[in-house]
Every structure is written in C-alpha cells, then in structure tokens.
Write a protein that binds this ligand. Structure first.
Ligand code: ADP
Length: 659
C-alpha cells in the first residue's frame, strides 16, 4: 500500500506542477445520475462546445501538418528553386490566403506546374513536400455532413499495442485511431492507452507531459525462481490527432529495456513479457488514478490479458464494478501463446487460468507443462467480443477462421456475445481533397488532380510517363495471409497486358519481390517494387492508382480496398472476410448495397481466378474510359467512414454497460 500512497503523492505533485484541463467529469458521471432538463441542456451545451473545440483542433492540426511539410520542403532542382522563390513566403498568412481557392478541375487548369515540385527519378520524392505551396484546404463534402451525437455518453478506454499514425504497423493502428476519433465526435469520452515505445515520434503528440509514476506489480525470474516485485512505470499523457492518449513505459531509471528499440515490434525485449506487463500497468494506473470507465476495449492478443486481470485481480467476484470489458479481434492468426510461468510477468500466477473453460490452450493438453492462450482467455473473460467485419465473424463462427479456437466459439454463451462490425477508415486522414501529401488534390466533383498524381508517381518512380497505361498497385504487409503468389501473378499479368504495376510492401515474405526488383524488373519502365514501409508513399500510390489489388487468403476486414475506393481507384479483391463486405463486383448479379458495385472480385486462390477479375478490370479501363471514369468518381463518393461502424460499436457498448 505504501507504493500506492507514493503514487498518489507523486500524482498530486505532478498535477500541481502541470495542471491540465480535465475532461469534463459531468460526462463520465452524467448517465449514472438523475438529471433535470436544465442539467441535460448544460451537458449537451458542454458536449457541443467540446466538439467544436475538437473540430477546430483537427483543422488546426491539418494546417500545422501542411505548414510543417512546406517548411521542411527544399526544392530539389534549380528550376523548382526558382519557381518557389517567386511564390509568397510560406507562413500562416500564406495559408490563410490560399484557403478559399477552389480545387483545380482538370490537368489543364492546374497548369504545367501548378506549384507541383515534379520529382526526378531516383529521388526519394515521398520524403519531401510535393508542392511549393499548400494545397487548398477545402474539406470534402462528406466531411461536412452533420455529425450524429449521442446522449448519455460513455467513458471508453482502449488498450492497444498500435495507434496510427504514431505507432502503426498495420490496420490495427488505423482502427484504434479511427474508432476513437469517431466515438469522440459522437460525444463520448474516449482515451487510448499505448506503450510508450522508444521509437514513437513525440513531435506528433500534442501537449505531451508526464502524468505520474506508478509501481506496477511484475513477476521476475530470480535465481531460476519467479518472484513478484514492483516495476516503477512512468505514465505520460498527450493528444494524438485530438484523441487523449496515455503512454506507459518502465521508468527511466528502472533498468528495463521493455519498449526500447527503433521499431514498434521486434525490439530486443521479450514481447510476451512486455505486453503482459503493459496490461497490468494499464489496469494499475486506472486503479491508482481512480478511473472507472464504462468500457475497457482491448485490442488483439497484446491487450487480452487485461480481461483476465481485470476480473481476477481488480474485481474478484465482479462486485460493484461499473466497468465492462470488450475484446476486439483484428486477426485470429496471432493469438498469444503463453507459458504459465510467463503469465507471471503480470504479477499474477498463470495456473488459475489453466483450465479448458478459461485460458488453457487445448492444443497443449498432455504437454508438460500445458500452455495458456491469451486470446482465448480474453474471449472467455470479456463481456463482449467483436471482430472487424460481419463476414469474418461468420467465418470465425461457422467456417475455418477460428482454427483450433473453433471449440471455444462453439460455446453458446460465447457465440452470443460475438459481433462482427465492419471497420471504416479515417476520412480526414484519407481525404484526396485535402491530403497534404499529394501533389494535387481532387474529389469526385473535381477529379482532374488524380491524373496529376499518377504522372507525379510515374515520374518519381522512373516509370514510363503515360496516362493511358492502367496503373495497378498493391500496398500491403508481405506475409502469406496477403496472398503472396497472387500478388506476384498480378504483377506479371499487368505488365504482360501493357499496364504498370507498383508494389509497396514489407514483411517476412518479401524476398521473392526483392529478387524480382533487383533482377527481372530492375529499371523496368512498367514495374516498380518498393520493399519498404512508407506512410507517405502509400498516400501517393493510392492517389495515383487506377486499380488496387487485394488478393488475401483471408482478411478480417482490410483497409486498403476502402482507401482505394476513397482515392478513386477500383479494387480487385479476393472475396473473403471484410473484402466480401466492402467490394461488390461491377459485373455481378448477387446482392449488393445500392450504388456499391465498385470493383472486381474472385473466389479461388489460383492465378486463373485472379486473372478473371483483373482482366475484366483492365478491359473496362482500356475499352470504356468514360465508364471507368464514372466508376472511379462513384467510388470516391462511397461512404467508407467510421460513422456507421462507430454507431454499431456504441450499441454494443450500451448492451454491456452496467445499468
Ligand atoms: P493489415 O492490418 O492486415 O496489415 P489492413 O488492410 O487492415 O491490413 O491495413 C493495412 C494498413 O497498413 C493500410 O493503412 C495500408 O495502407 C498500410 N500499409 C501496409 N503496408 C504498408 C507499407 N509498406 N507502407 C505503408 N503503409 C502500409
């Protein structure tokens, strides 16, 4: 208890030194108390003021991002230097001045240069600003839709290993930020808890400050034995894109290397130990800071142990807790296999969980010792489980997607708390009308900028600059799940048919593409394989692409096809998981939501099946340009935002929230 007291004291000290605006308490307590009409009106007023504030913050952030880009930008050719010298200085005034300018509608209107700093082949053009002046800041019409707001708002805390853009490896990071922002916009009080990885870009975290230190119980190996001792943990607070975030890591002087290193995953520390400790640290901090959210939303296996600890350590017997736990499964492929002695890194023994009805990994029955599985434990111990699309949910319950966890999902009490909610994408982050990373902005009504983006990419990557060649792109982690052999097949087919192919990807299956990049396709005028991770280049590829191929073997949801739609590309996808819920074949006859025949789909896992869909796409592009162009525009208009999905999440939150 001494440690708790110390923690409280240090909290008071830190708070005293750096007072920060508390997020309106009435909203956390509000739903629990009877209210007068006047109270309700006051709360609503507070909520709408907060939302306005959030909106302004987001707008401000966008402006700052653009400014930063253009301030960093140094023209790379003498021509560009001369051009930019004749433009007004970049500064707040310059930005204000360009705000009302309408977007260009055609290539001609943009002009030969239009402020674009055209790249030279071989240059790492994606690392600098694409234009010499900020693009017009006109928000897309879809961002101006009236925002739906909820009354009786909830306090939601996400525990996650990833959060875009500061800690993003794949879609998990995008989803956490997108959902958190959407729920905030609906008026809920949302915070995210994230490991404070050494590699985080702290300049992208606003108002970052040390919140307090907490002593977190943790198991240690000592002389071959496991013992529990406190690990002093520093908790920081800041905002990422307007969303409040707690960042946790072992205190500087703790001698722990957890979360140290240059990457999000794969540091020199033991990953299992790190995330078990992280789960305990999050709960300990919430406990010490007396926070009782309505919902703890845990993401994937990294956070799943928090469900076990929450109910067994912090609320044994589940008495009087107003908090309910939700596990969100982004991918069943990694489930977190954990030795019982490893679980002790949480400060609690693993043995009590080693039964079939709890967290025992059934595949290890009869082994010595038997293992635990964190995802299974999370499923059993959560009040609700969600996954990221209805079709994947169905594949988990009734198909093979659950793998050995099939028997767990066969339990009626678990099936009934399982929901499939389709992901959205963050339409502010992914908006071709305002995206500061693009050489030209565009939207469905003013689509000319897309052609400039294509020319810019072709030129920058050293491809033949030809607006008539269909540009087929893949942006993906390169792992077996993503259909490596089909990505390769798409490459060969596209080039064979006279199109261009661009790949941006990395992962343990990338050697096949590395050798193609250095061999057969080195300096090829129609193919560029970039084996790397670059958020900035990804934006430029989506904007330039005519077709985006997503041939996954399985896909819980998939975001790339939705980003492709938003950027006016036509997706060609294998009909599995969330891909089946978001892409509907242009030539298909089955059920599809009105106006959403938006791409090409195939079912088989062989090259021939892929060709069937890709060929049809390329044929339409080549033979019916005006139909293609209207398909591209229609795709830009589709609603791929979080609006609908956030509403569904709130419904599930409410269904489990304590009365
Ligand atoms: P997953 O989560 O399985 O990786 P998703 O389609 O859900 O797949 O999300 C992938 C996200 O990661 C998208 O935002 C995509 O643009 C991004 N992405 C994948 N690979 C790269 C890369 N090499 N460089 C930049 N962004 C990438």
């Amino acid at each position: 208890m001494a440690s708790l007291k110390q923690a409280w004291d240090s909290r008071a000290l830190v708070r005293g030194a750096h007072p920060r605006p508390r997020l309106v308490k009435t909203r956390i307590l509000g739903p629990m108390m009877p209210r007068t009409v006047c109270q309700v009106a006051k709360i609503e007023e507070t909520v709408s003021l907060e939302e306005e504030l959030m909106r302004l913050r987001r707008e401000n952030e966008l402006l700052r991002k653009q400014l930063a880009l253009y301030q960093q930008s140094s023209p790379i050719t003498p021509d560009a230097a001369a051009t930019s010298a004749s433009r007004p200085a970049v500064g707040p005034e310059a930005v204000v001045e360009v705000l009302p300018r309408p977007l260009p509608t055609t290539v001609e209107e943009v002009g030969v240069d239009g402020g674009i700093l055209w790249p030279t082949p071989g240059e790492r053009f994606w690392e600098r600003a694409p234009r010499s002046a900020p693009a017009p800041l006109e928000r897309g019409t879809d961002q101006q839709r009236p925002q739906e707001r909820d009354l009786n708002t909830l306090h939601v805390v996400h525990i996650t290993a990833e959060m875009a853009p500061i800690a993003k490896v794949g879609g998990l990071g995008d989803v956490v930020t997108g959902l958190a922002k959407a729920a905030l916009a609906r008026g809920h009080f949302v915070t995210v808890m994230l490991p404070f990885y050494e590699s985080l870009p702290v300049d992208q975290i606003d108002d970052l400050k040390h919140e307090m230190d907490v002593e977190v119980p943790k198991g240690y190996r000592w002389d071959g034995e496991m013992r529990v001792g406190p690990l002093r943990t520093s908790v920081f607070w800041g905002r990422v894109q307007g969303c409040p975030v707690y960042l946790l890591r072992p205190a500087e002087d703790s001698n722990s290397n957890i979360f140290r290193g240059g990457k999000i995953y794969g540091g020199s520390y033991n990953e299992m130990e790190a995330y078990l400790y992280f789960c305990r640290a999050c709960l300990e901090y919430l406990h010490v800071s007396n926070q009782h959210p309505h919902i703890l939303q845990l993401h994937d296996w990294h956070a799943a142990a928090a469900a076990l600890l929450f109910w067994e350590v912090y609320n044994p017997g589940a008495v009087n807790s107003r908090t309910r736990v939700m596990l969100t499964i982004h991918n069943m492929e990694n489930t977190g296999e954990c030795r019982q002695d490893e679980f002790f890194f949480t400060g609690m023994a693993g043995e009590p969980f080693a039964s079939i009805d709890k967290a025992l990994d059934e595949r290890t029955i009869g082994h010595n010792p038997e293992r635990l599985n964190l995802m299974k434990g999370g499923i059993v111990y959560s009040n609700a489980i969600t996954t990221v699309s209805p079709t994947y949910a169905n594949e988990v319950l009734n198909g093979g997607a659950a793998g050995w966890l099939r028997s767990t999902f066969a339990r009626p009490e678990l099936r009934s708390k399982f929901h499939g909610i389709l992901n959205g994408i963050d339409i502010e982050e992914w908006d071709p009308a305002t995206d500061p990373l693009l050489p030209a902005n565009y939207d469905a009504e003013r689509a000319g900028g897309k052609a400039l983006c294509k020319k810019f990419l072709q030129q920058g990557l050293g491809l033949a600059v030809d607006e008539h060649k269909p540009l087929v792109a893949v942006v993906s982690r390169l792992v077996p799940q993503k259909g490596i052999h089909l990505i390769k097949a798409a490459l060969f087919r596209t080039v064979e048919r006279g199109g261009q192919f661009v790949l941006l990807g990395s992962g343990h299956s990338d050697p096949v593409f590395r050798s193609l990049a250095d061999g057969q396709f080195k300096d090829h005028p129609d193919c560029r394989l970039k084996i790397m991770y670059s958020e900035r280049l990804a934006h430029q590829i989506y904007a330039a692409a005519d077709v985006v191929v997503v041939p996954s073997m399985f896909e819980p949801c998939g975001l790339t096809q939705m980003i492709a739609l938003r950027y006016g590309a036509v997706p060609v996808v294998r009909r599995t998981g969330g891909l089946a819920d978001t892409v509907f074949d242009v030539d298909g006859s089955g059920a599809a939501p009105t106006g959403s025949r938006n791409g090409y789909t195939f079912d088989g896992a062989d090259d021939g099946s892929l060709y069937g869909a890709l060929d049809r796409a390329l044929q339409l592009y080549e033979q019916q340009p005006s139909r293609w162009s209207s398909l591209s525009r229609e795709n830009m208009r589709l609603d791929v935002s979080w609006a609908k999905s956030a509403k569904s999440y709130v419904e599930v939150y409410r269904s489990i929230a304590a009365a």
